[in-house]
Design a protein around this ligand. Structure first.
Ligand SMILES: Cc1ncc(COP(=O)(O)O)c(C=O)c1O
Length: 397
């Protein structure tokens, strides 16, 4: 497309940090992904079948009929007291540790939790450790604050904590380490229990903050989740949670739990972003938790995603040529494919031509790796189309 003189003029004024985040090749591929005819393994969206439409509408009607003002008003920056209490109670029930009222902030989604942490801690050039691969939204958040990113590799047991230790012993001094310990996006693996203990010990020894993203933690297919890093070390971990995958992304709600002094700063940072998360969603979430509805829905959601995952893994086994490898998720939304010798970005473009959406692996690295990978998300694709989608993808290899 031709660049108009106006567009050129604004581009010259854009802040440096907003430029060059997404390469042309990737933008090209992403352009395909909004197509409605695509069998899409691309986006990490929840299946709309999990949305509690009737209960959400009943709650709204109740608030209106009761003449409730709170649900329709601004809220304190930290969140409504009732919502904070309900979320704290849920963390206690699920993770065995209850945050005090000053150790919890209600956020507008998991991504706002990360943004607030960045705003609070990062000056230009500060060192941040991330997993390789990791969530694209987090890479973009850290880049937006001009952090210096160091990538530590992962294996089938999650972050290579031994490798992190080696880097720390060699002089690396990060302010933050960002990790997704449960059913990671995009790798679909979880951090082994002994590595969890070792990681928080390193954080204490070297004085950095662990940012624990638990977006998929509650969506495990089998056994209960492993101990959260925050429950192991609430003194050195901030947990960023979201209800987007377990309730509704339509209300954009999450939480940040961490040391009181850190949470106080997060609240200050939130004062000059959105000032408060929407009251309507907060009241709905509070009731959704208190009435036990979130747990009822979770049982159904886990089963839905488990079934889709099983179908995807079976299809991969059936269709993929020898040499291709993939992770076997035990929760969450993703499987991560490694295709030796492939160009993941070109493959994603070719797959889109064949009516299949996949996400190129390079998007999930900050350092140009991931070329031989693609991410498959099984969360939103129609289960009856999974086998056909994988067969088409395999035919390109
Ligand atoms: C690992 C991870 N963290 C955070 C988020 C964003 O959550 P939210 O929609 O609550 O901002 C996502 C969404 O895809 C995610 O995959």
């Amino acid at each position: 497309m031709a660049v108009t003189p106006e567009a050129r003029r604004w581009e010259a004024l854009f802040a440096e940090r907003t430029r060059g985040d997404v390469g042309d090749g990737i933008a090209f591929v992403l352009g395909f992904l909004g197509r409605p005819d695509l069998i899409s393994f691309a986006g990490g969206f929840p299946d709309p079948l999990t949305f509690p439409r009737e209960r959400a509408s009943a709650l709204l009607a109740e608030f209106a009929a009761a003449g409730e003002a709170t649900a329709f008003q601004y809220t304190p920056t930290r969140g409504l007291a009732g919502t904070i209490d309900a979320v704290a109670g849920r963390l206690e029930a699920l993770q065995g540790h209850r945050p005090a009222d000053d150790e919890l902030v209600i956020t507008s989604g998991g991504i706002e939790g990360l943004e607030l942490v960045c705003k609070t801690f990062l000056d230009r050039g500060d060192a941040v450790v991330i997993e390789g691969p990791t969530y694209l939204g987090a890479i973009m958040a850290f880049r937006g604050f001009e952090a210096q990113l160091t990538t530590v590799p992962m294996d089938e047991s999650g972050l290579r904590v031994d490798e992190l230790e080696r880097l720390l012993a060699g002089g690396l001094r990060p302010k933050l380490l960002y990790t997704i310990p449960d059913h990671q996006n995009p790798a679909g693996v979880s951090l082994a229990p002994e590595r969890r203990e070792a990681l928080v010990e390193l954080a204490r020894r070297y004085g950095f903050l662990v940012v624990e993203d638990v977006a998929y933690r509650e969506l495990h297919f089998g056994e209960d989740a492993l101990p959260s890093l925050w429950s192991l070390a609430p003194d050195t971990v901030v947990q960023a949670g979201t209800t987007s995958k377990t309730f509704l992304p339509g209300v954009r709600l999450g939480w940040a739990a961490g040391p009181a002094e850190v949470c106080e700063q997060l609240v200050s940072a939130k004062q000059n972003t959105d000032q408060c998360s929407g009251a309507l969603g907060q009241r709905m979430l509070e009731e959704y938790i208190r009435r036990g509805w979130i747990d009822e829905q979770l049982v159904r959601s886990r089963e839905l995603y488990r079934q889709k995952c099983e179908t995807l893994l079976a299809a991969l086994g059936r269709h993929m040529p020898a040499g291709v490898d993939w992770t076997r998720a035990e929760g969450g939304f993703f499987s991560w494919l490694t295709i030796p010798g492939a160009d993941g970005t070109a493959l994603a473009a070719a797959a889109a031509e064949q009516g299949v959406g996949v996400t190129p692996g390079a998007l999930f690295y900050a350092d140009g790796r991931g070329g031989e990978n693609v991410r498959l998300s099984f969360s939103m694709v129609d289960e009856s189309l999974i086998d056909e989608g994988v067969a088409r993808l395999a035919s390109l290899l």
